[in-house]
Design a protein around this ligand. Structure first.
Ligand SMILES: Nc1ncnc2c1ncn2[C@@H]1O[C@H](COP(=O)(O)OP(=O)(O)OP(=O)(O)O)[C@@H](O)[C@H]1O
Ligand SMILES: [Mg+2]
Length: 237
């Protein structure tokens, strides 16, 4: 079992927060995601969800924390690494060491909800991550045998009991805000979206809810860059 390193950052309100590493975002949410908590990152195709998740995990790894990335897409690790390697903030040495990876895609087809939860918990117990990602969670709904909403409540409660802050991504159709069934069970919701303004399609981020946090509201422009991944543009503040 890996030793857990953790830089505690209790705020005045007593909540420990994990910096996301996304420039501009931590300032919007009083320093970072509450720890422990479950945060939904919702957006349509190509809005930057996976990039956000990678940055979140790398930020933790940089601080000596452990990260665990569950994918539900049956993507081989090499594929994911190839995608990730375009970003300057990615240190390849983190993968397989401080950032571990598990593909739930095939398991979901064969397992029922309780077996899937057990398999995830076994991995969590092995890695003991402070930061967990499930990307995308919405695929589970269409595949899981059994009650999806019950599974989500059970999963999210267990994740918090493991003392981790989990980022789950939700795929929605353009124009839709978030997957309703996931939104009820989470502590925070961040939207990433594309919208058209003055004839140009631009990317935005919005913090819709963050329990225990006096967060900034409204759409903020974001950029995706090779050096930083996702950046919240300050000009909008
Ligand atoms: N190097 C880059 N520079 C600028 N923009 C980039 C770069 N790499 C990726 N992007 C943008 O990020 C988008 C993909 O980001 P990402 O894969 O994180 O999105 P996603 O929401 O996870 O997508 P999906 O729904 O396909 O899983 C691309 O469509 C592109 O607009
Ligand atoms: Mg993605």
């Amino acid at each position: 079992m890996t030793e857990r390193k953790f830089e505690e950052r209790p705020k005045r309100d007593g909540l420990v927060r994990l910096q996301t590493g996304i420039p501009g975002l931590d300032e919007m949410i009083e320093g970072g995601f509450p720890f422990p908590s479950v945060v939904l990152l919702s957006g349509s195709a190509g809005t930057g969800k996976t990039t956000f998740c990678l940055k979140y995990l790398c930020e933790g790894a940089k601080k000596g924390e452990q990260g665990l990335y569950f994918t539900t897409l049956s993507e081989p690790t090499q594929w994911m690494l190839r995608y990730a390697s375009q970003f300057d903030f990615i240190n390849k040495d983190y993968f397989g060491d401080q950032i571990r990876y598990m593909d739930l895609g095939n398991m979901m087809r064969e397992m029922d909800a309780s077996q899937l939860l057990a398999a995830m918990e076994e991995k969590i117990a092995e890695v003991m991550p402070q930061r967990i990602v499930i990307d995308p969670i919405t695929v589970v709904g269409g595949m899981l045998k059994g009650d999806y909403r019950l599974f989500l409540f059970d999963l999210f409660n267990r994740l918090k009991n493991w003392n981790a802050t989990t980022l789950v991504t939700g795929e929605v159709n353009p124009g839709e805000l978030y997957p309703a069934d996931v939104s009820y069970a989470v502590d925070g919701i961040i939207l990433v979206m594309l919208s058209e303004e003055a004839g140009a399609r631009r990317k935005y981020l919005e913090v819709l809810k963050m329990r225990g946090t006096n967060h900034q509201t409204g759409k903020q422009s974001i950029d995706i860059t090779r050096t930083e991944g996702i950046v919240v543009l300050k000009a909008r503040f």
